[in-house]
Design a protein around this ligand. Structure first.
Ligand SMILES: Nc1ncnc2c1ncn2[C@@H]1O[C@H](COP(=O)(O)OP(=O)(O)OP(=O)(O)O)[C@@H](O)[C@H]1O
Length: 269
């Protein structure tokens, strides 16, 4: 088991050139959070609470202003193949076909062409795009593109998948289908997942833990174990899970919590 951990992490973005003197606002404050391989942690919080910033810190795209982020005790000092990122806008290379997009991280690592094509085809199979490898990105639907993005992230066998609203741009039906797909792919990968979403349903259906961020500055307001994803992986349907009294209670509880945090923040502003 490997752990991705935040130790007393804080973040301020640097002041823009020409901005007046003084510190920029604190975006994240005293974040202590650990994610283990095999766990699916979903971060939820109102807009501007620092969710994407948190994910960018984990990815090594940003250095923390205070504290430290580590993978099994080794400080994260930049991006690494152990942590793969999937964004909302799939960020694929339009001049490459689906197979070569998926194989791209392997090409960067110098993996021979034949080996990377074999691995890319395996991943196309995993994400249900067996026959789409030679199709250009512009010929794929939104859901198919996100699956290519997820397959590309899996290509380097990461320890952690960092998912920034990967399903946010999809229509409701495709999104529901993709949630099931993501859960399935993740459970087979045994990676740790850190996913950001605005959707309480998505959080409850995918997470083994839901983390709630307050805003201004972003602090951990709650860290809640959930078991609905395990029920789905065990064969329950989304409708069955959502109909349970516990699901409704947790949904109401999270809605109330996020609402009350927003009111507190507005009152303090
Ligand atoms: N590159 C940046 N430079 C300066 N400030 C930034 C930068 N990126 C984000 N911020 C600020 O940091 C705060 C947190 O932003 P962030 O995007 O992390 O929040 P979020 O919870 O992901 O928001 P949303 O749900 O709307 O995507 C916001 O006040 C935002 O304006």
């Amino acid at each position: 088991m490997t752990t991705l951990s935040f130790h007393d992490v804080s973040l301020r973005y640097p002041a823009r050139k020409g901005a007046s003197e003084g510190q920029t606002p604190l975006v994240l404050d005293q974040i202590n959070l650990s994610i283990e391989t095999g766990e699916f942690v979903v971060v939820i919080g109102r807009s501007g609470s620092g969710k994407t910033s948190l994910l960018n810190l984990a990815a090594g795209f940003l250095p923390p202003s205070g504290g430290r982020i580590a993978v099994d005790g080794t400080t994260v000092s930049g991006p690494g193949a152990d942590r793969a990122v999937v964004f909302q806008d799939d960020a694929l290379y339009p001049w490459l076909d689906a197979r070569d997009n998926i194989a791209f991280p392997l090409k960067l690592r110098g993996v021979p062409e034949a080996v990377r094509h074999t691995r890319a085809q395996e991943l196309l199979d995993v994400v249900g795009l067996t026959d789409a490898g030679r199709r250009r990105i512009s010929e794929l639907s939104g859901g198919m593109r996100q699956r290519v993005g997820i397959a590309r992230a899996l290509a380097s066998d990461p320890l952690f998948l960092l998912l920034d609203e990967p399903l946010g741009a999809l229509d409701a039906m495709t999104r529901t289908r993709m949630q099931g797909f993501l859960l399935d792919v993740w459970s087979k990968s045994r990676a740790g997942a850190l996913l950001i979403t605005h959707s309480i349903d998505e959080a409850l259906l995918l997470a083994s833990r839901v983390v709630v961020l307050s805003a201004n500055p972003g602090r951990l307001a709650a860290d809640i174990q959930t078991g609905f994803a395990a029920e789905l992986l065990g064969g329950a349907s989304v409708a069955q899970v959502k109909a349970s009294p516990l699901y409704k209670r947790m949904h109401d509880g999270l809605t109330g919590l996020i609402h009350s945090i927003s009111e507190d923040t507005e009152a303090a502003a």
